[in-house]
Design a protein around this ligand. Structure first.
Ligand SMILES: Cc1cc2nc3c(=O)[nH]c(=O)nc-3n(C[C@H](O)[C@H](O)[C@H](O)COP(=O)(O)OP(=O)(O)OC[C@H]3O[C@@H](n4cnc5c(N)ncnc54)[C@H](O)[C@@H]3O)c2cc1C
Ligand code: FES
Length: 336
């Protein structure tokens, strides 16, 4: 809820908030930035997010997810959090186009916002929701979604369990025993010019998005967001793919200069993104989504050019770049 009691900035269903959190650590606080999708229809008095507790990878000594653990374990009603206004290009708009929403795991959150908005604002619009998880224990808002499907004849709900538990099979509380993939969509959906909105784990996105394009769904009807780095290839990717580095092609070295840190380092393609390269060399840059969506890592380019593998969701200001999703095209000097 807004601390000052004023109306909150509106948002489009599917957008997210960027939080700057002060995580307690021995001797002080660690500042971390994380993005969370708004998970309910827009309203002026409060925002809702829904956060999955992220455990440490199985068998590792690593700590569990910092932000999600902090929000689950420490943040209490009445605490004040620092939040940037809603942003993101992954959203639906008012139109007659029939919709297919596909949420995998915690990727259901933007779909909940889209669905709730649509059923309130455009109850005549056809909406399908395919919600993919491993088993019934992982479903959130299961009964609320089922109630909505009973109430709204234009809303078709499909819970898709890839590995149902015996209790799921006994209770038959789901519709599909399997993953959300194109063969399933072909079987379920009538032939119509649907717009597809997809958010889910990286493997699901990396297979589903190209498969939809191969099935013949136009790029302009495929909308997606990943909650982390994912390399999703669009059919039109060639149009925005990074051109071959001239310097690399001619065998000369690309030098990345970090003006504020006073470091000059030879670029290695294996470094990943410029953000990862900076971090690996001890240069700390604020980051949030690490996927080109929030603008937190926007950094001024003093000299040189960078390239993006695919057009980022967030439009960087002229003369800047999003370090998390770009690589140097020539030697560059960055204000970092
Ligand atoms: C646009 C967008 C929207 C999002 N919306 C949602 C949402 O609606 N709901 C939601 O729950 N999440 C959402 N996310 C994901 C969210 O932003 C966080 O990434 C997520 O909560 C994990 O953050 P964390 O700080 O808890 O984990 P982190 O501290 O970042 O850790 C992540 C994982 O890495 C492991 N780890 C810790 N240290 C290391 C190390 N040194 N080396 C390797 N691994 C390590 C941790 O154990 C954990 O498994 C969204 C992300 C984006 C980009
Ligand atoms: S960290 Fe979000 S755009 Fe780079």
């Amino acid at each position: 809820m807004p601390e000052d009691g004023q109306a909150l900035p509106p948002f489009k269903p599917g957008q997210f908030l960027t939080f700057t959190l002060g995580i307690p650590v021995p001797g002080g606080q660690q500042k971390i930035i994380r993005c969370y999708s708004l998970s309910d229809a827009p309203r002026p008095d409060y925002y809702r997010i829904s956060v999955k507790r992220v455990p440490a990878p199985p068998g590792s000594d690593l700590p569990p997810g910092r932000s999600s653990s902090f929000l689950h374990n420490q943040v209490a009603v009445g605490d004040v959090l620092s939040v940037r206004a809603p942003s993101g290009h992954f959203h639906i708009d008012r139109s007659d186009a029939p919709l297919v929403l596909i949420g995998g795991g915690i990727g259901i959150t933007p779909m909940l916002s889209m669905l709730n908005w649509c059923l309130n604002e455009q109850p005549g619009r056809e909406v399908w929701l395919f919600y993919g998880v491993r088993n019934g224990r992982e479903l959130v808002m299961q009964s609320q979604l089922a109630t909505l499907a009973e109430k709204h004849p234009n809303f078709q709900l499909r819970f898709c369990l890839s590995d149902p538990l015996p209790v799921d099979l006994a209770e038959e509380n789901f519709q599909i025993n399997g993953r959300v993939d194109v063969p399933l969509l072909r079987m379920q959906l009538p032939l119509k010019p649907y717009h597809y909105y997809i958010c889910g784990p990286t493997p699901m996105m990396e297979s589903l998005v190209p498969a939809l394009a191969e099935w013949g769904v136009p790029d302009s009807h495929i909308h997606f967001e990943a909650f982390g780095p994912a390399s999703i290839k669009r059919q039109s990717a060639a149009a925005v793919a990074a051109p071959v580095d001239e310097a690399t092609a001619s065998g000369s070295e690309i030098i990345v200069s970090f003006a504020k840190s006073g470091k000059q380092i030879a670029w290695r393609q294996a470094a990943g993104s410029l953000l990862e390269f900076a971090e690996a060399n001890g240069i700390m840059v604020d980051s949030g989504c690490r996927a080109g969506g929030c603008g937190t890592c926007q950094t001024r380019i003093n000299l040189g050019e960078v390239a993006y593998r695919q057009a980022p969701d967030f439009d960087p200001e002229a003369g800047t770049c999003l370090l998390c999703v770009c690589t140097p095209k020539t030697s560059v000097t960055l204000e970092a």
